[in-house]
Design a protein around this ligand. Structure first.
Ligand SMILES: Nc1nc2c(c(=O)[nH]1)N[C@H]1C(S)=C(S)[C@@H](COP(=O)(O)OP(=O)(O)OC[C@H]3O[C@@H](n4cnc5c(N)ncnc54)[C@H](O)[C@@H]3O)O[C@H]1N2
Ligand code: MOO
Length: 641
């Protein structure tokens, strides 16, 4: 059996990058890719390899800036509103915008201010104001003067740059060739996108993403076939790729598993500069060089792979092109929840952003390196540096933007319990207005009410049962937010029940079974309304929660509970019918409960939320909810408080 080194270091990111660059230089990797002379029409997005000097002025001569007549300014002296002046046919020339100025004329009077008098060919032009020399004339070189520096070396050409370069006399420009990036997916368990996925197999989603990431930063990039975990084959694949590429990305096999060979192969074929960086996700990254080509081993977890590209690969590719790496704009946001972080590691946390009461609020998304949707849903990245232990709720933090600020300002932030109806509302709002987003974070009903109290969201979705009164949500508001002006709008009534595998093979009949039979349960997190409902029902049935197997196993959403049951990891769990349907599960009804939206009363008049209030009364929305099943919309949109 072959053993790879299980020792992964924790080098700080900046040191790791430096060590990698040094190793690349020592291995003879070129500083820059070669340059090509390319036609301007093909140069967008490419980086200049030499400065672009103007060889021609623009405009090439004095030209009319307006449609009208060219005149000699001094001939117009004395013209005024009450003293019109007539210019004879020799005293003016009709010009259109962009025409060269005729010899002997130095100003233009706009057509609107000219009144023609007489008949062809002896037409006089009457004007009613004197004009100064050069009025409405663009002088030679106004835009570009021959001999001036138009663009520096190392500049990524934008559409306007191409136009200016052409105006300045260029037809072809010397630009860096696109860096070539070869991506090698590895792993016995990896199968191509589009294949059926059997147990133990993983789709090769990473190469698709990494190739597109490389293309997005201006490279030519392509994947090789999937390489099995076979040292010999991997060695050949890396060597082949290094001979054609400017940079090689090897996916997975970066950590300490039995088949993790990347670091060893890079070390054997060339130089292993770094194995393990103090960054999460991305910790086991491999940085080195083979045959004068930089090689990076990105961790297999998708979020790690994506962020490793951003943190390590993109800057090196920019250097190869001689350009600065694109930096994301950074803003300050208020943190919606407490955010613990491991000391000693840079922690890249994906966050959703929204603007609440004039303040941008950041809600951390799930942290797992395998949770790719945390990046899909992210509006920004929050870096908790290695030396920081985390942040308190409400703390101001710097966030690098993944979406534009105006989009973030058009985002309704909902925090609270998860319900599919909220997802339906989000979809329909966006369908009606592409600028509008309804972003929901699922932290349970109580978490949502606390977030509302702290000014971190517009809406809290709640179905929180109050055991003492058996009322939902309302009794909590005065406890949590005494004196606050709050409005409560009913979203729906919904059926809660036990989700069980298709056909209900264990014949589950209700919650009482949890006390009487040895069923394994999957629970919701503390503070979730569904958890409160379970606890209340168990109390009524005099079932001790600690006797329920799986009571301590928590999932954050109804769908996650359904997924756990569908995967055979539990026999049952309390959730909504729609979640059962989404996973083809059976449903044993337990209770009907209301699900309400709690907002600060002034939000009822906030134009951002108006489309939501309107949606609640629309027949289309009610129809879409009916399709989900398990909901009752008779009270949808009713204000309870
Ligand atoms: N004992 C240790 N185990 C692990 C460590 C560690 O330090 N010690 N680090 C963990 C961290 S952090 C990460 S990140 C991962 C890195 O894993 P590898 O790079 O070795 O990759 P694999 O183990 O082969 O795969 C991890 C994961 O990613 C999936 N994968 C792989 N390739 C692809 C692909 N092309 N497309 C989509 N998904 C892919 C793979 O199937 C696994 O699920 O290691 C931890 N373990
Ligand atoms: O460092 Mo790993 O990359 O957290 O997932």
């Amino acid at each position: 059996m072959v053993h790879s080194s299980p020792f992964i270091s924790d080098v700080p990111v900046a040191d790791a990058l430096q060590a990698w660059y040094d190793a690349c230089a020592a291995a003879g990797c070129p500083d820059r890719v070669a340059a090509d002379l390319v036609p301007l029409a093909e140069a967008a997005g490419r980086v200049t390899a030499e400065p672009i000097w103007a060889t021609r002025s623009s405009p090439v001569s004095d030209v009319a800036a307006m449609d009208g007549i060219a005149v000699l300014a001094q001939d117009t002296h004395g013209a005024g509103p009450t003293s019109p002046l007539l210019l004879g046919a020799d005293g003016y020339v009709v010009v259109d915008t962009g025409d060269p100025m005729p010899d002997g004329f130095d100003a233009v009077v706009m057509r609107e201010q000219v009144h023609y008098v007489g008949a062809d060919p002896k037409v006089d032009a009457e004007i009613r104001s004197a004009v100064p020399p050069y009025q409405h004339v663009r002088s030679i070189g106004e835009d570009i003067s021959a001999g001036e520096l138009l663009l520096p070396e190392g500049h990524r050409l934008r559409p306007v740059d191409l136009a200016a370069a052409a105006a300045a006399g260029a037809t072809r420009v010397l630009v860096r060739r696109r860096p070539r990036v070869v991506v090698i997916p590895t792993g016995d368990e990896i199968v191509p996108v589009g294949s059926p996925v059997r147990r133990g197999e993983i789709l090769d989603t990473n190469s698709l993403m990494l190739v597109a990431q490389a293309q997005e930063v201006g490279c030519e990039a392509w994947p090789t076939g999937i390489e099995p975990d076979d040292v010999e084959r991997l060695r050949t694949a890396v060597r082949d790729a290094a001979s054609t590429a400017d940079l090689v990305i090897v996916i997975a096999g970066s950590s300490a598993g039995r088949d993790d060979y990347t670091a060893r192969i890079v070390g054997e074929l060339g130089t292993l500069a770094v194995h393990g960086v103090a960054v999460r996700p991305g910790h086991p990254v491999v940085l080195g060089a083979v045959d004068a080509t930089p090689v990076v081993g990105v961790p297999g977890y998708p979020v790690s792979a994506a962020l490793t590209f951003d943190i390590f690969v993109a800057p090196l590719l920019a250097t190869l092109e001689g350009a600065a790496a694109a930096e994301r704009p950074e803003i300050t946001a208020k943190l919606a929840r407490k955010l613990p972080s491991v000391v000693g590691m840079d922690d890249w946390v994906r966050v959703r952003l929204g603007s609440v009461g004039g303040q941008v609020v950041a809600s951390p998304l799930p942290r797992g390196a395998g949770v790719l949707t945390s990046l899909v849903r992210a509006d920004g990245l929050l870096l908790v540096p290695a030396g920081v232990e985390g942040h308190h709720a409400g703390e101001e933090v710097g966030v690098r933007l993944l979406r534009r600020l105006p989009e973030i300002e058009r985002t309704i932030v909902a925090i609270g319990s998860h319900d599919l109806v909220v997802d339906v509302a989000a979809t329909m709002l966006r369908g009606a207005d592409p600028t509008l987003t309804l972003a929901s974070s699922n932290v349970g009903s109580l978490g949502g009410l606390v977030a509302l109290r702290d000014g971190l969201c517009h809406l809290a979705g709640s179905h929180l049962l109050h055991p003492a009164t058996s009322e939902y949500t309302l009794p909590y508001l005065d406890e949590l937010m005494p004196g606050r002006e709050l409005a409560v709008i009913r979203l729906v009534h919904r059926d809660q029940g036990l989700l069980v595998p298709p056909g209900n093979p264990l014949g589950v009949t209700g919650l009482a079974d949890l006390g009487e039979r040895d069923l394994s349960y999957v629970n919701r997190q503390r503070g979730a309304g569904t958890r409160m409902l379970l606890d209340q029902e168990l109390r009524k049935l005099a079932v001790d929660p600690s006797s329920v197997r799986g009571y301590a196993r928590e999932e954050p959403t109804h769908l996650a509970v359904a997924a756990a049951i569908a995967a055979g990891r539990a026999d049952c769990g309390l959730g909504i019918l729609a979640a059962a349907r989404a996973f083809g599960l059976d449903f044993v009804p337990v209770a009907e409960e209301p699900y309400d939206l709690v907002v600060a009363a002034p939000s009822l008049d906030d134009p951002l939320l108006t489309p939501l209030w309107e949606l609640l009364h629309s027949a289309d929305f009610h129809g879409a909810i009916a399709k989900l099943g398990g909901y009752n919309t008779t009270e949808t949109g009713r204000r309870l408080r």
